[in-house]
Design a protein around this ligand. Structure first.
Ligand SMILES: Cc1cc2nc3c(=O)[nH]c(=O)nc-3n(C[C@H](O)[C@H](O)[C@H](O)COP(=O)(O)OP(=O)(O)OC[C@H]3O[C@@H](n4cnc5c(N)ncnc54)[C@H](O)[C@@H]3O)c2cc1C
Length: 275
């Protein structure tokens, strides 16, 4: 029997039998002819979108198309901080919602993403910064988010190894969010990929989307034929062109055709996505 659910019991069992029972975290999906949702980009955003779509709207056919490998985008090389210590009304509730997701995420997706709520402390070095942090802390608290203003003594008690005595910018205090901390973000991508895969999402790696050729006729003159396509490629350019432009006419066939043909050939890394 292969190990499916990660748990202490599974860990012990695999330790006893030489780790022969672990399954790949997600399938190498064979692209289906059509999908309800196609998400471009297998980073944190794309995979989370796929997972929550599948969980909330079960029965939909969903694919995530990734040009490289899962966890190889920005999600795999960031600073790993998680926090909701923002000032503006639009930001604060949004990031707090994300913080709450982090707090239950590992249980939810059954994956150790190394969420560590060790606290996030922003130091201030002068009165102007102190004023700004007081304002930010108050804004956080007005939104029900934890925020504490620490003086220099409290910061010293918390992180005694900092240079308090002869630093160029002396530490006067800091704004602390205790629930903030760190997460291994690429593990989050792997965890979402695994959880989405279990809900039937097809994760198609090494498959770059280069062009969308849109059908004419809808709003702005374009009318997509697929149900929905989400771009989660973090600013990487994917050209969107209206159907019928001469240089691209050759690409004007359906996503299903391109997916199946290109991928079944030999795991090609080029895919032209066409609606
Ligand atoms: C240096 C740095 C530090 C950061 N620090 C933090 C931090 O401490 N805390 C925090 O929360 N956030 C941080 N961020 C931001 C965070 O990493 C990003 O917001 C997050 O990773 C974005 O996720 P994403 O899924 O949108 O992008 P990505 O993780 O980059 O995923 C996009 C994916 O799309 C794929 N893709 C692109 N084009 C195509 C295409 N044409 N076809 C198919 N696939 C394609 C890419 O290969 C990639 O895998 C940091 C970012 C950077 C760069």
């Amino acid at each position: 029997m292969q190990t499916d659910r990660y748990s202490l019991f599974a860990l012990l069992r695999e330790a006893m039998r030489g780790n022969t029972g672990w399954k790949p975290a997600w399938r190498k999906a064979t692209p289906a002819p059509t999908y309800d949702y196609v998400i471009v980009g297998g980073g944190g955003h794309g995979l989370a979108t796929a997972y929550y779509l599948a969980r909330r709207y079960g029965g939909k056919r969903i694919a995530v198309v990734e040009k490289g490998w899962i966890g190889g985008g920005n999600v795999g090389r960031n600073t790993t901080i998680v926090r909701s210590n923002y000032l503006l009304p639009g930001n604060e509730p949004f990031y707090e919602c994300a913080m709450k997701l982090w707090e239950g995420l590992e249980q939810d997706i059954n994956y150790n993403a190394m969420v560590s709520q060790r606290g996030v402390l922003n130091l201030f070095h002068n009165d102007a910064q102190r004023g700004a942090y007081i304002r930010r802390g108050n804004a956080m608290r007005l939104h029900g988010v934890d925020a504490e203003l620490l003086d220099a003594q409290a910061v010293r008690a918390m992180v005694p190894f900092l240079n308090f005595d002869d630093a160029r910018f002396p530490i006067r205090g800091g704004l602390l969010q205790r629930r903030g901390g760190t997460v291994r973000h690429d593990a989050v991508a792997w965890g979402y990929a695994r959880a989405a895969d279990r809900l039937g999402v097809d994760i198609i790696e090494n498959c770059e989307v280069t062009v969308f050729a849109l059908k004419a006729g809808g709003p702005w003159g374009w009318k997509p034929r697929a149900a929905l396509l989400a771009l989660a490629s973090w600013g990487w350019p994917v050209r969107v062109i209206p159907h019928g432009w001469r240089p691209w006419r050759a690409c004007a066939c359906r996503l299903k055709a391109m997916c199946c043909r290109r991928l079944s050939a030999k795991g090609s890394s080029r895919l032209l996505t066409v609606w």
